[in-house]
Design a protein around this ligand. Sequence first.
Ligand code: FRU
Length: 321
Amino acid sequence: DFGPMTETGNKQSWAVGKKTVLCVGNTVIDYISVCKKFPRENEPNKCYASYWQRGGNASNNCTVLRLLGVKVEFFGKLSTSPLFGMLVEDMRKRGIIFDHCPRTEVDPPFSTVILASSIKSRNIINCNKDYPYVTYDDFKKLDLNEYGWIHFQARHPTETIRMMQRVTSFNKKKAKDDPKIVISLDFDKSPTEMWPLVNYCDYVVISRQIATLKKWETPLEACTSVGEWLRMRWGVNLKRPYVIFLWGSEGAAILDKQENYSFAPSYKLKKVVDSLGAGDVFMASLIYALYIRERPLSVAVDFGNRMGSYKVTNFGYDHLP
Ligand code: FRU
């Protein structure tokens, strides 16, 4: 269904007439060590490969959207430290727009990642203490006419809600037949803090960590609980978002606006080498299928699963179609 992009294989042409996708969030240096197993205290452990790459959820979303030929912009704080230059250079090389990013002198955030090949697992240590996040005042400077879809990573929900409110009032002022900016949310932090954001979203993608936190054992239980939360909201003109619940390597659940539940299984590929960022690949692929290719949600989620499953078969992102 997503086969050759065009007869000439030109990815760009699907995006003709589509506005830029904006991803709001963080970019970090991922320092990755590939080992056989996770280290144990006082036990020597050799890595057999190590490398760095640009990471962070919103930044990874941009990488994948760009690989899919989408005009995409990253919006997050960029450090002026020379070390951060590697990240900026990588974005430039790939054609990711970052013209409106505010700068900071704070040292860049980084993640230490261990990929353990024998158990096909990974561990991330986030070292981004005190790294500043984009504020509403930064966001206010953006010309919203440029964007067709805005995806929020929402590290700081109190700033993010004001950004979403700005987009919502911008949408309200648009003529009836003028397409509205679609808002999506990467819901991977404390539900108490994140929940108010849901009221402004068209799509909410919830990470499996939230299910673990809430002790929801099945995707059905998770979606039913979120469905109840959505029903219990009160206020005028509250948006009812589509909910996509990521269920790790098993796949993703969908709760549509009428509270119909369905589950889309992932694709089990034999080769699993690097699951870092598989969720970010899912997210970017979902946006691509919904926005650029205008596919129904079930097809978009299946495409997200395919891309996420394929991602883990190799290191990094460049093997993605
Ligand atoms: C993967 C990722 C990494 C980053 C970490 C931040 O999803 O974005 O690139 O180090 O998560 O939490």
